[in-house]
Design a protein around this ligand. Structure first.
Ligand SMILES: Nc1ncnc2c1ncn2[C@@H]1O[C@H](COP(=O)(O)OP(=O)(O)OP(=O)(O)O)[C@@H](O)[C@H]1O
Length: 240
């Protein structure tokens, strides 16, 4: 579904991505782990079309996405939940959800989808008429995930969904990720919490210094001798 090849992202003198390559297959949950500044957010941003790459290719469903208008990227089925739980705090939960569906036209279909997602996020149903700013951190994370789903994505990308959340809430977020996959959505998740990512994802990429240092099935990477060296940037690059 997604093939990123030799991707380069620069911010002035800073090389955030130095030729990173990843693949994501339909129906997979794939994780990208790495320390602060590894280039994880830049990679998601480039796939989502909000960061302009300096080189490389991003093929989604067989078509290069680089240079496409942002709206086309969303319409083709790519959604990003950025780090930091950006809700519109003065708007209600329901209003926030509807904002996720602005590229769609059928109000009836949007309402049906909102009702259907309330099965995964019952707390959002209970609090649908409350201001989003009154929700807890975990509830806001659920809201931004549900809002992204309302664009009807094929690929949902989540940037650090567990950041700052209690372990129990994080468990719930990862159960939700599995439920989302159960509904046919492919998931690409960025995590600093490597243990959590390895448990949740089918396959994991270790990014450091803007390149992939290690990749493979999560079950193999969990006990891989080179995992720590790759995570902390002590090993050579290894693109798939
Ligand atoms: N808009 C920007 N302008 C300048 N430098 C940036 C910008 N965004 C990111 N960087 C730099 O690019 C590098 C990669 O950052 P990026 O946010 O992609 O990494 P990350 O792995 O997501 O890190 P974190 O977990 O801290 O978000 C870092 O050195 C960062 O300081």
């Amino acid at each position: 579904m997604l093939a990123v090849e030799d991707l380069k992202v620069r911010y002035g003198q800073i090389n955030a991505l130095n030729g990173a390559s990843i693949d994501v297959g339909q129906g997979e949950v794939v994780a990208i782990v790495g320390p602060n500044g590894a280039g994880k957010s830049s990679l998601l941003g480039a796939i989502a079309g909000i960061v302009k790459p300096a080189g490389g290719r991003i093929d989604f469903d067989g078509e290069n996405t680089i240079g496409q208008p942002l709206e086309r990227t969303v319409r083709r089925g790519i959604a990003l939940v950025p780090e930091g739980r950006h809700v519109f705090s003065g708007l209600t939960v329901l209003e926030n959800l509807k904002l996720g569906a602005t590229i769609r036209s059928s109000a009836a279909e949007i309402d049906a989808d909102i009702q259907s997602y309330f099965e995964i996020f019952p707390i959002l149903s209970e609090r649908r008429h409350e201001a989003a700013g009154r929700l807890s951190g975990g509830e806001q994370q659920m809201l931004v995930i549900a809002r992204a789903l309302l664009s009807n994505p094929k690929l949902l990308m989540l940037d650090e969904p567990s950041l700052g959340l209690a372990p129990k809430i994080t468990d719930r977020i990862y159960e939700i990720i599995e439920e989302i996959r159960g509904r046919g959505v492919t998931v690409l998740v960025v995590e600093q919490n490597a243990g959590r990512a390895l448990k949740a994802a089918d396959r994991t990429y270790v990014l450091n210094g803007g390149v992939v240092r290690l990749s493979g099935p999560s079950s193999e990477l969990e006990n891989h001798n080179d995992f720590e060296a790759a995570y902390f940037g002590l090993s050579k690059r290894k693109d798939p």
